[in-house]
Design a protein around this ligand. Structure first.
Ligand code: IFM
Length: 458
C-alpha cells in the first residue's frame, strides 16, 4: 500500500478562527462578530478579535508550514475583508493581504487551497437574513469574482463553501452558530442557497481561473444502532439529511426524493424555494470533492416530536469506544468506508480530505514539548484508512489536517484544541507539537513510517 507520488499533504485553517485584527485594512463586520456579542453564545465569553493573531503573524504561520514540509495549505479569505458592505465595493487592501500571502506560499512551494466561504459572511447581508434570502447567491458570486479576479491566475484549488450542512444546521436550524436563527423552514432554505451559490460561483469563476473548484462537505457515515429494520431505516434517513441532501445535487441528480419528502413533512409545506432550473444550476459543477470527516453517527428509530423533526435520533455507539477529548468517537474505518462508498456512488470525482483531526488538550511541558500522543494515534489511524481506501480504488488526491493551529472553535471558544501547533493565546507563541513532528516524517516519506510512543514512563 502506498500514497500516489503527487499526493497533496497539507494542513487547514479558516480566516475567522485564526486571524484576529478585525479592524485592519477596512474589514467590515461579519455575522460572527455580532453573534459573539450575544451573551452566552460563546463558551468562555470570548470572541475572535485576536484569536491566533494570524493576520499579522502570517509569515510565522508559513514558516511553520515549511517546517512541517507540507505541499499545501488550506485557508480561507475573510469575506467581510473583501466585501465590507456585503455587495458592491471591493476592499483592495483585503485583496492585497491575501495576494502577498498566496505569493509567499507559492514562493515556498506550498499550493494554496483557498476556501471562499468559511462562515464569516458580512453582517450587511443580514438585511435579507443571510443565506435565507436568495440575494445571498449573487452576493457570494460577487465576492468569488472579486477574489478570483486577483488570485485566479495562481491559486490551483478553490473551495466555494465549507460544510453546507453545518451552516444550515447550526446557523439556521439550531441557532448555535451565527447568525443564530433557529427555524427549520429557514434552515433548509438557507442550505439550498448555499448550494445554489456554489453553482453560481463555479460558473462565474470559469475564465477567471484554471484552478480546480469544489465544495467541502462535512460527511458523517450513519450506522444503525441495531440489526432491526427500523434502525436501518433511521440510518438511511439520517444519511439523507446529513450526506445525500448535499452529495446528490452536487454530484448526482438533484435532491433525493426520500429526504425531500421528510423535509416537506417536517416543515409542513413544499420546498417551493427550490425553483425550476436550480438543481441543474447546482449539479455537474465539481472538479473535486472536499471531505471533512471527524466521526460517524450511530442512529436509532424514534418518534418525531417538538425537538426531533425527523423519525430518527443519534444514540451513539454502545460499549467502551475510544473518543477524543470532545467526546467524538474515533472510527478511522468509517473514513475508509466513506471514501470507497463515494467512489462507487459518485464515480469519476477526485476526493480531497479537506479536514480531519481531533481535539486533544495537551500543553507544553517543562521541556517545551507537547506530547499529544492521542492526536498522533488519531492521525496515523486515519491515514492508514485513507491508504486502504486508495488501495481499494478510491481516487484520493490529498489530505489537509485540521488544524495547523489551535484556534477559535466557534461557539466552543478556545477550549477545544485541534492544532498540530500549540498556541498560547496570551502571547501568540506557537509551539510545534509532537504530532506535527511525526506528521512531518510522514509527509517526507509520502506514507506512514514507524512510530514509537516515547512518553511512557518506566
Ligand atoms: O473548526 C471546525 C471547522 O471550522 C469546520 N469543520 C469542523 C472543525 C472542527 O469542529
Amino acid at each position: 500500500m502506498t500514497f500516489p507520488a503527487d499526493f497533496l499533504w497539507g494542513a487547514a485553517t479558516s480566516s475567522h478562527q485564526i486571524e484576529g485584527s478585525h479592524d485592519a485594512d477596512g474589514r467590515g463586520e461579519s455575522v460572527w462578530d455580532v453573534f459573539a456579542r450575544v451573551p452566552g453564545a460563546i463558551e468562555g465569553g470570548g470572541d475572535a478579535s485576536i484569536a491566533d493573531d494570524s493576520y499579522r503573524r502570517w509569515r510565522e504561520d508559513i514558516d511553520l508550514l515549511s517546517e512541517l514540509g507540507v505541499g499545501a495549505y488550506r485557508f480561507s479569505v475573510g469575506w467581510s475583508r473583501i466585501m465590507p458592505e456585503g455587495r458592491g465595493r471591493v476592499e483592495q487592501r483585503g485583496l492585497d493581504h491575501y495576494e502577498a500571502f498566496v505569493d509567499e506560499l507559492l514562493e515556498r512551494g506550498i499550493q494554496p487551497v483557498l476556501t471562499l466561504n468559511h462562515w464569516d459572511m458580512p453582517q450587511a447581508l443580514m438585511a435579507h437574513e443571510g443565506w435565507v434570502g436568495r440575494e445571498s447567491v449573487d452576493a457570494f458570486t460577487e465576492f468569488a469574482v472579486a477574489v478570483a479576479g486577483r488570485l485566479g491566475d495562481r491559486v490551483p484549488w478553490w473551495i466555494t463553501q465549507n460544510e453546507p450542512w453545518i451552516i444550515q444546521l447550526l446557523g439556521y436550524q439550531l441557532g448555535l452558530h451565527a447568525p443564530g436563527i433557529a427555524d427549520l423552514g429557514k434552515a433548509v432554505q438557507a442550505g439550498h442557497h448555499v448550494m445554489l451559490a456554489h453553482g453560481a460561483a463555479y460558473d462565474a469563476l470559469q475564465g477567471l481561473t484554471s484552478g480546480k473548484i469544489g465544495t467541502a462537505l462535512s460527511l458523517f457515515p450513519c450506522d444503525p444502532a441495531s440489526d432491526s429494520a427500523e434502525d436501518a431505516a433511521a440510518a438511511w434517513g439520517s444519511d439523507g439529511y446529513v450526506n445525500r441532501w448535499f452529495l446528490d445535487p452536487l454530484l448526482g441528480d438533484g435532491y433525493p426524493d426520500d429526504m425531500r419528502a421528510n423535509w416537506e413533512r417536517a416543515i409542513g409545506r413544499p420546498l417551493d424555494f427550490i425553483q425550476e432550473g436550480d438543481e441543474a444550476a447546482i449539479g455537474a459543477r465539481h472538479d473535486f470533492l472536499g471531505i471533512n470527516y471527524y466521526t460517524r453517527r450511530v442512529m436509532a428509530a424514534a418518534e418525531p416530536g417538538a425537538t426531533r423533526p425527523f423519525p430518527w435520533q443519534v444514540v451513539g455507539p454502545s460499549g467502551d469506544v475510544s473518543r477524543t477529548d470532545e467526546g467524538w468517537e474515533i472510527v478511522p474505518d468509517s473514513l475508509r468506508q466513506l471514501l470507497v462508498r463515494l467512489s462507487v456512488d459518485y464515480p469519476g470525482i477526485p476526493l480531497m480530505i479537506t479536514e480531519n483531526g481531533a481535539v486533544e488538550g495537551s500543553a507544553p511541558l517543562h521541556d517545551g514539548r507537547v506530547r499529544d500522543v492521542r492526536r498522533t494515534r488519531y492521525l496515523r489511524g486515519h491515514l492508514a484508512a485513507v491508504e486502504q481506501a486508495i488501495a481499494e480504488g478510491a481516487d484520493v488526491v490529498g489530505y489537509m489536517h485540521w488544524s495547523l493551529l489551535d484556534n477559535f472553535e466557534w461557539s466552543l471558544g478556545y477550549r477545544p484544541r485541534f492544532g498540530l501547533v500549540h498556541v498560547d493565546y496570551a502571547t501568540g507563541t506557537r509551539t510545534i507539537k509532537d504530532s506535527a513532528r511525526h506528521y512531518a516524517e510522514i509527509v517526507a516519506a509520502n506514507g506512514l513510517v514507524d512510530w514509537r510512543d516515547d512518553t511512557a514512563v518506566g
